[in-house]
Design a protein around this ligand. Sequence first.
Ligand code: FAD
Length: 382
Amino acid sequence: MLDYREKPEVGALRAQLRELVDEFVPRSYLGAFTHDPHDLEIAENFCQELGRRRLLAMAWPTDFGGSAASVWEQTALREEMWAVHEPRGAQYMGINWVGPVIMKHGTSAQHEKFLPPIAAGEVIWCQGFSEPGAGSDLPALRTSATKTDGGWRINGQKIWTSYARMAQWCFLLARTGPSGGRKDGITVFLLDMNQDGVETRPVDSMVGNHHLNEVYFDDAWVPDEAVLGTVGRGWDIVTDVLAFERVGIARYARCERLLQWAPKALGAAWDELSPALVDRWTMALVHTRQARLMAYKIVGHQERGGLDPADAASYRIAVTTLDQEVAEVLMDIAGAGGLGTPDTARLFERAVEDHWRYAQASTVASGTLEMQQQLLARALVK
Ligand SMILES: Cc1cc2nc3c(=O)[nH]c(=O)nc-3n(C[C@H](O)[C@H](O)[C@H](O)COP(=O)(O)OP(=O)(O)OC[C@H]3O[C@@H](n4cnc5c(N)ncnc54)[C@H](O)[C@@H]3O)c2cc1C
């Protein structure tokens, strides 16, 4: 039976993180990928501050720059960060899944090379999985890796690659050979983005012009030491990546913060809202709390060393549809007019709009809603 009460050290950590956010992150911050380059700088400085205090990769072993914290402390970190528009910027990916997967499948040399810079907040990774013909059907990927002396030549194209223009490294999937089933012959490469043969092009979108990109590989090169795991067996690693990734974002934490903020932002105008809209706000808050409890059930499993795929898929469905429900309720509340004092109102409106934009993408990124429903159905009939 899971004990949902928060331990004192987790409460103390939250207080410490809130102080750090107050000190290093302006109240107007809405994520690192706005049109203002200063926002990326804020995220990078903040990550290094967290890294110096060993708070960035808290749950990692001390040898790799972590502080061997519990999964509950890591969960509190995730919640506190997402609630305030993720001031770690792109680096949350390194912490949530790139590092843990390298830790699990990498050699000691790869551990030494790649993990400490992630824990210190010094490096941005991007994820080179999706291609124009391979999204939901990821095994259809065609980017190729051809063996050469001491390494591999990479050719092909990726798309929707978040943060590719600011990333130093790419966690890349490429086909090293057709063999057996479609999931065979795929290999994971840890590719240096800073080389001839790698070209990134922005894809402007409603989530901002710095977020999504195309990446072209024209005879890019990776040394043999940069293969993660076994050549041709990359799919085993992909399964781990997706499991870490899909439970890695505490979306409910931002939903709760924005919902709680709404009455304060509206001030006296809150009492003028229609009862139907206030009912929707109340239900959204209930769904937010339910999603939090589902997340804690998964964290409880992780603490015992397991992750049930049905739990992961049902959590992902709940939390991404929650994002959209909350986005719609908040848009209607903000649009109902009569917001409180101009400064608070402006900050609230901007935060709601930012949340709304990202919420539209939440049921597509890291596996669409339909694919999650299929995963859940399969897990339940097993
Ligand atoms: C904000 C954002 C960030 C992203 N970041 C990254 C990134 O960093 N790296 C990366 O590699 N990718 C990234 N992606 C890409 C994302 O993983 C893909 O968009 C996603 O996997 C869907 O693939 P697709 O876009 O090719 O759509 P498709 O797979 O073509 O799907 C189109 C529609 O068809 C439905 N569909 C497809 N197959 C089935 C089926 N078998 N049964 C039922 N319905 C089906 C889908 O559910 C969807 O509604 C990102 C996407 C977004 C939106």
